[in-house]
Design a protein around this ligand. Structure first.
Ligand code: PLP
Length: 411
């Protein structure tokens, strides 16, 4: 286990009390808290380096550009990207996937083609494909999940028989915690000629990600879910695939030459970064990555898996609690989704909040998945490196109290 007390001291917000109790922050799949190192990097950037990037002839602007491009190289190295120019900064996973759908998808998908997604995809990796397929007259094929919350490989194989143009799936499910066999799925999709889009919003903060080993074509990530600032993130892509794509947004910075009626475009990645970028976000994200690297992604993954396993064990002992997703510890990340009898998940979250415990309740932007689980919503506790077994104790204790408060009587 990680030295949680020492790590917590790095996160000013975690010292806060909520509703008179020490804060127990268990909503890390939604967003993570920021260490002082990230806050300092952002403040330092504004104190010493701020200027617009890529266009200034003066030293300050050159230093701002260097900081921005160094952040790109940092992101590239963290996920073992093919090259820094294959990293396009975006506002997060949602924008990265919309970029792929709006550029690559629009250029390559035609009427009658198919695009494959899964029943556990976040709306961010579903709605952009719905929009694309509706526009093109293509078919969107949703692969089913198994009883224990994995991608159904038999159905995945059936979906591939149609030789889809694009296959998209999450590396880690935000609602079930399932760690999907991303390299295997990518290999199967490539074998039928599909291009592969991996939603890495939940995997990048928690696993040792190697996009070259996965061999996917596109990989999307969110900075705010990995200790970085809100509004930071990236699309990581194979440079040759990115090079061949038409622009996504038009404007400054993404052009080479502009005439009255047409333009030529900048090199990648700048072709996909129209307008003034979020330099502060990139600098903060690089600081977050430095922080994560000091601890080590493997140790973080192990720590979260242990916490999730402990939470599942404790919750399973409470009569009436149902935990969703794979039971095997090795197949899941630090996300524990559950229901408690017929108590509404929102009520559970509200009661836990009174004890200073922050969990998520709702459909987690996975409504198709909720329908398959036959629930409208679940409660979700999601762990990160600064959580410890005391947080698991607090969660389990507060749940028992919530059950009593709602007069829950086991059937
Ligand atoms: N995909 C998954 C699996 C997620 O969990 C999330 C956020 O919860 C997203 C995509 C969207 O990420 P963002 O809101 O940072 O764009």
């Amino acid at each position: 286990m990680l030295d949680v007390a020492r790590l917590r001291a790095d996160f000013p917000l975690l010292a806060q009390r909520e509703n008179g109790h020490p804060l127990v922050y268990l909503d890390n799949a939604a967003t993570t808290q920021k260490p002082q190192a990230v806050l300092d990097a952002i403040a330092e950037y504004y104190r010493t380096t701020n200027a617009n990037v890529h266009r200034g002839a003066y030293d300050l602007a050159i230093r701002a550009t260097e900081a921005y491009e160094a952040a790109r190289a940092k992101v590239a190295a963290f996920v073992n990207a093919w090259a820094p120019e294959g990293v396009v900064f975006t506002r997060g996973t949602t924008e990265a996937i919309n970029l792929v759908a709006g550029s690559y998808g629009r250029a390559s998908v035609k009427a009658g083609d198919s695009v494959v997604v899964t029943a556990m995809d976040h709306h961010s990796n579903l709605v952009p494909w719905q929009i694309l397929c509706q526009e093109k007259g293509a078919t969107l094929r949703m692969v089913e999940i198994t009883e224990d919350g994995r991608i159904d490989l038999t159905d995945f194989g059936r979906a591939l028989e149609r030789r889809p143009k694009i296959v998209a799936f999450p590396y880690v499910s935000n609602a079930l915690g399932t760690v999907n066999p991303a390299a295997q799925l990518t290999g199967l999709a490539h074998a039928v000629g599909a291009v592969v889009v991996v939603d890495g919003a939940q995997s990048t903060p928690h696993l040792n990600v190697d996009v070259q080993a996965l061999d996917c074509d596109f990989y999307a990530l969110s900075g705010h879910k990995m200790l970085g600032p809100m509004g930071s993130g990236a699309l990581v892509a194979k440079p040759d695939v990115l090079e061949a794509m038409p622009p996504y947004h038009g404007g400054g910075e993404m052009i080479s030459r502009v005439w009255d009626d047409h333009s030529t475009y900048n090199k990648i990645p700048h072709k996909f970064e129209a307008g003034t970028p979020n330099v502060e976000g990139a600098v903060g994200l690089a600081a977050a990555i430095r922080y994560l690297e000091r601890i080590g992604p493997e140790r973080i993954a192990e720590h979260e898996q242990a916490l999730a396993a402990a939470a599942i064990e404790r919750l399973s002992q409470i009569e009436g609690v149902t935990v969703y997703g794979p039971q095997a510890r090795s197949d899941r990340a630090g996300v524990v989704s559950f229901t408690y009898g017929d108590i509404h998940p929102h009520d559970i979250a509200t009661i836990l909040d009174q004890d200073g415990i922050c969990i998520r309740a709702g459909h987690h932007c996975t409504q198709p998945l909720m329908r398959r689980l036959n629930v409208a919503a679940t409660a979700r506790a999601s762990f990160y490196l600064y959580n410890g077994s005391d947080d698991v104790d607090a969660l389990a204790g507060a749940l028992v109290k919530a059950g009593a408060l709602f007069g829950y009587v086991p059937a």
